[in-house]
Design a protein around this ligand. Structure first.
Ligand SMILES: NC(=O)c1ccc[n+]([C@@H]2O[C@H](COP(=O)([O-])OP(=O)(O)OC[C@H]3O[C@@H](n4cnc5c(N)ncnc54)[C@H](OP(=O)(O)O)[C@@H]3O)[C@@H](O)[C@H]2O)c1
Length: 338
C-alpha cells in the first residue's frame, strides 16, 4: 500500500507538471498548446472578462483553502500522535544517532533504502515528517486567513473551473506527499484507535496523559538540515504575508472598483510577482527540511516552480500589455533571470 501511494503521487506530479513545462517552451509549433494551458491557468487580472464560459469567482478559492486546512490538520494530528506513541525519542537517542551519523560519514545514514535503517533512524524520520506537516499547516492556515482578511478580490475577478479543481487536487496531494511513506501506517494506527474506542467505549479506554515535553522536544532536536529548512521556510512565509498585504491594499488606489494597479515597493520593484517567488522559497525550505532525499517531495517542488513560473510569466505579460508605463526593467518572478 505504501509503495502504491508513493507511485501514485509521483505519477500524478509528473502528469500535472509535464504539460506546464511543455507549454513554457518558447516554440511557435507549441503556441496553440501554450494557449490551451494558459486558458486553464488564467485567473483575475490575467483573464479577459467573458473570455471563457467555465469560470468561478476568484474568491471561491477560499473553499480550497478550507479543504487544505482540514486535510492538513488531520494528517498533522494523526501523524504527531503516531510519532508520540510509536516513536518516542529521548535526548540519549539523539546523541547515539548523531554520533553514529558522525562516525559513518554524515549523509550515508539518511540513505532512503529502508532495509538499512535502524530503529532509531526510522523514529527520526517520523519526527521529521511531523515537522514538514507543521510547516505545511502554517502555510495553509495563513493562506486561509489571508483569503478572508487580507486579499481584496475585485468583484469581477474569475478563474477557470480547471484552475479551481487543480487547486483542490494540489492541496490534497501536497500535504500527503510530505508524509506518503508513513501515511499507510498512520492510517492503520488511527483506524485501530477508532475501532478500540467504538468497541470499548470512552470509559474503558486506557487513560492517556499527554507528556507535552515528550511531544515537542523531539522536534527541537532534529538535525541542522531541519533548522536551515525551517529558517528558509520562515523567511519566505513572512515575506509572502507582507507581499499579500501589499497586494490587498492595491484596490484602495484603484480609480474604479474593478481596476488593477501597478504594484510598487519592496521586491515588486524587481519582479512582477514576488509572492510567487516567496512560494518557491517556502517549498525550497521544505525540501531542505525533508533532508533532500525524498523524490516525492522533489516532484512536488518541481510542480510548484513550473506552475508559478508559468503564472508569473502570464502576469508579467498582462501587466506589460495593460499598463503603458509598466517598468520594463522588472523580471517576471526570479530577479535578473526570468
Ligand atoms: N503552490 C502553488 O502551486 C500555488 C499556485 C497558485 C497560487 N499559489 C499562491 O497563492 C497566492 C495567491 O495566488 P494568486 O495567483 O491568487 O495571486 P494574485 O493573482 O496575484 O492575486 C492575489 C490577490 O491580490 C489581488 N491583486 C493581484 N494583483 C493585483 C493588482 N495589480 N491590482 C490590484 N489587485 C491585485 C488579486 O485580486 P483579483 O483576485 O481580483 O485578481 C487577489 O486578491 C500566491 O502567494 C501564490 O504563491 C500557490
Amino acid at each position: 500500500m505504501e509503495l502504491g501511494l508513493v507511485t501514485l503521487l509521483r505519477t500524478a506530479w509528473i502528469a500535472v507538471t509535464l504539460p506546464i513545462v511543455i507549454a513554457s517552451i518558447a516554440s511557435s509549433k507549441l503556441s496553440s498548446f501554450h494557449q490551451l494551458v494558459s486558458k486553464f491557468a488564467k485567473r483575475g487580472k490575467t483573464m479577459q472578462p467573458r473570455s471563457c464560459k467555465f469560470t468561478v469567482p476568484d474568491r471561491f478559492f477560499s473553499q480550497v483553502y478550507i479543504v487544505a486546512v482540514v486535510w492538513t490538520t488531520i494528517l498533522l494530528l494523526t501523524t504527531w500522535l503516531y510519532a508520540y506513541k510509536m516513536a518516542p525519542l529521548t535526548s540519549e537517542s539523539f546523541h547515539i544517532l548523531h554520533l553514529a551519523s558522525h562516525l559513518m560519514g554524515g549523509s550515508h545514514i539518511f540513505s532512503f533504502h529502508k532495509s538499512h535503517l535502524t530503529a532509531l533512524e526510522h523514529r527520526y524520520r517520523i519526527w521529521r515528517t511531523v515537522l514538514l506537516l507543521l510547516l505545511m499547516e502554517a502555510q495553509v492556515l495563513s493562506r486561509l486567513f489571508e483569503t478572508f482578511n487580507v486579499s481584496n478580490y475585485t468583484p469581477s475577478a474569475r478563474m477557470h473551473i480547471f484552475g479551481y479543481l487543480t487547486g483542490l487536487f494540489y492541496y490534497i496531494a501536497a500535504p500527503l506527499s510530505l508524509c506518503c511513506t508513513l501515511a499507510p501506517k498512520v492510517f492503520k494506527f488511527t483506524l485501530n484507535l477508532v475501532a478500540e474506542f467504538i468497541v470499548k467505549g470512552k470509559n474503558q479506554m486506557p487513560a492517556t496523559e499527554i507528556d507535552w515535553c515528550g511531544s515537542v522536544n523531539p522536534l527541537m532536536k532534529l538535525g541542522w538540515r531541519q533548522w536551515i529548512g525551517s529558517a528558509i521556510f520562515l523567511w519566505g512565509w513572512i515575506h509572502q504575508c507582507h507581499c499579500h498585504a501589499s497586494l490587498g491594499s492595491l484596490q484602495a488606489h484603484a480609480e474604479q472598483v474593478d481596476d488593477y494597479v501597478i504594484p510598487t515597493g519592496d521586491w515588486f520593484e524587481i519582479v512582477s510577482s514576488p509572492h510567487y517567488l516567496d512560494e518557491i522559497v517556502i517549498y525550497a525550505g521544505m525540501v531542505v527540511a525533508s533532508g533532500g532525499g525524498d523524490l516525492t517531495v522533489w516532484l512536488l517542488f518541481v510542480f510548484v516552480v513550473a506552475n508559478l513560473g508559468f503564472a508569473a510569466a502570464e502576469t508579467h505579460k498582462s501587466y506589460l500589455s495593460k499598463f503603458e508605463n509598466y517598468p520594463r526593467n522588472r523580471f517576471a518572478s526570479i530577479p535578473f533571470l526570468y
